[in-house]
Ligand binder design. Sequence first.
Ligand code: ADP
Length: 489
Amino acid sequence: CRMRGFSALVQDKALVDGAWVDSSNAKATFEVRNPANGAVIGKVPNMTVADAQKAIDAAKQAYESKEWRSLTAKDRSNLLKKWHKLIEQHSQEIAEIMTAESGKPINESKGEVAYGNAFVEWFAEEARRIYGEIVPSASPNREIIVMKQPIGVAALITPWNFPMAMITRKAGAALAAGCTVVVKPSEDTPLTALAVAKLAVDAGIPKGVINVVTTNKAAPIGDLFCKSPDVRGISFTGSTEVGKLLFRNSADGIKRICLELGGNAPFIVFDSADIEKAVDGAMASKFRNCGQTCVSANRFFVQDGVYDKFVGQLKKRVEALKIGDGQGCDVQIGPLINEMQFNKVSGFVEDARSKKANIILGGQPLPDKGSLFYAPTIVTDVPPSAQLYSEEVFGPVVSIIRFRDEDEAVKKANDTRRGLAGYFYSENLQQVFRVAKRLEVGMVGVNEGIISAAEAPFGGVKESGVGREGSKHGIDDYVDIKYICMGNL
Ligand code: ADP
């Protein structure tokens, strides 16, 4: 692990129609800060609604252009492969930019670059497998042909917790399908997005196919995406609140919509569990990116018979976590992303404290490290009335609840309007099948705390979202099914 310093990949302009551009509002910019120390690390254009409209126009023009439309699936696959190769070559620089703007420990940033790039590779491969069907007809003189066609322009709105992977997971699928895109990255992490887009340009992806609009005023641009008839699909990863808003606002245009929203993941440890493995899984699931992932375990349900052992072992591991600026090679826990998140995490812990939960570790800010650092915390006996129980904390806080039997655990795990990921540890085969089927989530980790992969469908049920990303299903949101009836044969 060696930091090499910032590179030519850091951009200070947005990308519209293949050109690096300023905001049309007097070249307005906003600052990007390192959450570990508050230092300004870059400035990017604060684009306006009119600028976003230009990006939509460029994406539409590119979609209809010969340079893009006439490409075969193999051509698109090759372009994605080139992009993949360039990202691989620049992985260290991208990881450094990511750590600087998101606070993510450098080893995790490297992991995200590899994970994010796996989507580019996967969709380069899937581009050639967007098969149609010929279905046996009930009429002797007819043939039923089904083909998949790109939807057109897709708007991609992405969060700060995975500054690269949430873009490639969407854009990889969209481009493979033959769509063009306008990306609106998070205001907290625009530099990673621009760096990755720069490599797409270098890979020879035609102008206008990928546009990146940076802004710190997301709402009016989100509104434009919802209202514009030229945007045929919206793919969003972020908060449930904003997801619901986009869902409502895009109803009028009957848009294709893919929403990856918040979760409230249960992590159940049964009496039959291998406790060492369960503790490993808990650490990985909870503390990755300082607990700021939508699939992070949010509520730990631990069965009576293993409760003391699990909590004791977990406490030792949490105490040993190395906290600091993510640029440090051995750092495991960085800062929270911004003041809003910081206030949310500390507010949830204070709420639990006031409701008589037991804070057995942490439970306070770490001002000596920096203003956005919060101590890794373990809270036990969390009552259902606590925010830690019902809402996603998105921070380094383990909330533990004791249970007696399987039925109680499953009922409590499902007692939420969210349903993204769920985890449980059990060595009992019958129990594994029973519980995996009963959990109301889109993704289940059985004896595993980290489950995301380019090959697997990522997505939620209930209020955690619609649509799936990654896997062969990730293409579905970017294609329309067309039925052609060949008659009078
Ligand atoms: P988070 O809690 O992850 O910051 P947000 O939902 O606020 O979640 O942010 C995710 C993405 O959604 C970011 O790119 C942000 O700028 C964008 N966003 C926030 N508000 C809106 C909105 N009203 N319309 C469209 N996008 C929005």
